[in-house]
Design a protein around this ligand. Structure first.
Ligand code: OAD
Length: 234
């Protein structure tokens, strides 16, 4: 039987590519107050600071390369007979760099810019600045196309319908602290899916998962993918 898989990823999958997580020791939120750099209010108060924060992250992400976990998920998408959808909270481009195809960036992308005035989106330059004009309407209201706290994540309707059709739901490298993503496992259980957590350590919502696998993503994700593909071949 062909089975659909939905995979939620978080910062932990990109940690071994050299990109920092948010809530681990020395994580981004211990160095930059989240209220200052990841809320609409913070951007209204100090757009220069917020652009500098995302410019630095865009530069780091541009230098990073996909690791064995990103590559294993792309391989699963290529070789699995059913649909494999990746829903990422990450704003880096490492899933697509590894060859992922069916991918939703629910928290936006560092590589994209958004006009807060007219809603136009375009490829972000390496460095964005407060007074950059929107190429469509000319307003100096450009912002990174990332979802901030207090804003609605992108493509929620599509994500929920994918989860409703999922036979397997996996969460990889996410601490389970940020909703609505942290609630997807409950949605998946309601839909009758088998749920798997793959993480360095138990997340805040670990008790909701049927199966858990702990360790660095570059080890446990390729192992899990190999097992799925092996079981399918038997
Ligand atoms: P967090 O920083 O909250 O959690 C990262 C998770 O990855 C933790 O559970 C770690 O144990 C795990 N981890 C760390 N290194 C790992 C490794 N090598 N292999 C496997 N797992 C590892 O990041 P997220 O859960 O992604 O949102 O955070 C969710 C959202 O909160 C982000 O998208 C961002 C943030 O605030 C916004 O900015 C809106």
């Amino acid at each position: 039987m062909v089975r659909n898989i939905v995979i939620l990823t978080g910062a932990g999958i990109s940690a071994e590519s050299g990109l920092g997580t948010f809530r681990d020791a020395d994580g981004l939120w211990s160095r930059y107050p989240l209220e200052d750099v990841a809320t609409p209010e913070g951007f209204a108060r100090d757009p220069v600071l917020v652009h500098e924060f995302y410019n630095a992250r865009r530069e780091n992400a541009a230098q990073a390369v996909p690791n064995d976990a990103h590559k294993a998920l792309a391989r699963l998408q290529a070789d699995w007979p059913g649909r494999v959808s990746i829903v990422t909270q990450n704003v880096d481009g490492l899933h697509e760099a590894a060859g992922a195809r069916d991918l939703i960036h629910m928290h936006g992308e560092l590589a994209r810019a958004l006009c807060a005035r007219c809603g136009h989106r375009w490829d972000a330059p390496e460095r964005m600045a407060k007074d950059d004009p929107c190429p469509a309407c000319g307003a100096a209201a450009t912002r990174p196309d990332v979802v901030w706290f207090g804003e609605m994540p992108y493509r929620m309707e599509t994500i929920l319908s994918l989860i409703d059709d999922a036979d397997i739901f996996a969460a990889i490298g996410t601490s389970g602290n940020v909703y609505p993503a942290a609630g997807f496992v409950q949605e998946a259980l309601g839909a009758g899916a088998h749920t798997v957590e793959l993480n360095l350590e138990p997340s805040a919502v670990v008790s909701a998962f049927d199966e858990t696998r702990f360790g660095p993503a570059t080890q446990i994700v390729p192992d899990w993918v190999a097992e799925l593909l092996q079981r399918r071949a038997e």
